[in-house]
Design a protein around this ligand. Sequence first.
Ligand SMILES: Cc1cc2nc3c(=O)[nH]c(=O)nc-3n(C[C@H](O)[C@H](O)[C@H](O)COP(=O)(O)OP(=O)(O)OC[C@H]3O[C@@H](n4cnc5c(N)ncnc54)[C@H](O)[C@@H]3O)c2cc1C
Length: 223
Amino acid sequence: MQVHVPTSIDEVLGLMGQGTIVAGCTGIFPHLAPTESIISLRKAGLSGVETEGDTVRVGATTTLTQLAREVPFLREAIASIASPTIRNMATVGGNLFAPQPHGDLAVCLLALDAEIERNGDLVTGVSFKVPEQWFYTKAMRRKQNSASIVTVASDGTRIALGGVAREPVRALAAEAKLAEGDIDGAAEAALEAADPFDDAYASAWYRRRVLPVHVRRALTNAV
Ligand SMILES: Cc1cc2nc3c(=O)[nH]c(=O)nc-3n(C[C@H](O)[C@H](O)[C@H](O)COP(=O)(O)OP(=O)(O)OC[C@H]3O[C@@H](n4cnc5c(N)ncnc54)[C@H](O)[C@@H]3O)c2cc1C
């Protein structure tokens, strides 16, 4: 295995194609072949959180722990991800690639209409506006290291769902109901965005059954 540790974005870009990009390595590690070359982003200068007015820009290799420290409204969501040990290593950019039912931060970023900065295949950062209100809930089997059964994130206008489809999804019909002030209607309409699957955490039937409950619960309890 060859390990590249580039120290700038230009160096990373020059190495693209010569190995697999890794950041915190929490997701990719089990999938790496023993002889695979890797390009570590650890020292590429892509980490950090900057706030200007109500806009937050987060570097791709910022860890989930660091993000929780610096962006208070996301703390509850980040606390629902994995465990402290994993959060100390897992990065914001890496979470965008976490397959469902992981990827809870990606669900939040979808609800925030975050902009993803990319240079080719390399994600360099994300930016979003701090919402005036924020709603988040995640149903899971136990407190740590458990993937989502249903994740709901909303800024009171957009509603994003995790755990109920192969990708994080916006619940557009539910958003229309929410705009009319109809939370019960929004909870039921969220089913239109769901295409759930069976896994070790829950069946598709169960995910469908509890989705409206968690949407209603999320929208009536601001973080
Ligand atoms: C035990 C356990 C429990 C977990 N529980 C949860 C959970 O409850 N909720 C949740 O959301 N997640 C959960 N996860 C997933 C975890 O959050 C992700 O593995 C993590 O966010 C990925 O980030 P990373 O930096 O480790 O990425 P890596 O593992 O380094 O990379 C993951 C993928 O992203 C690509 N990648 C990474 N960074 C970039 C970049 N900047 N540009 C382009 N491609 C990039 C890599 O090439 C790779 O394909 C869990 C993981 C574990 C091991």
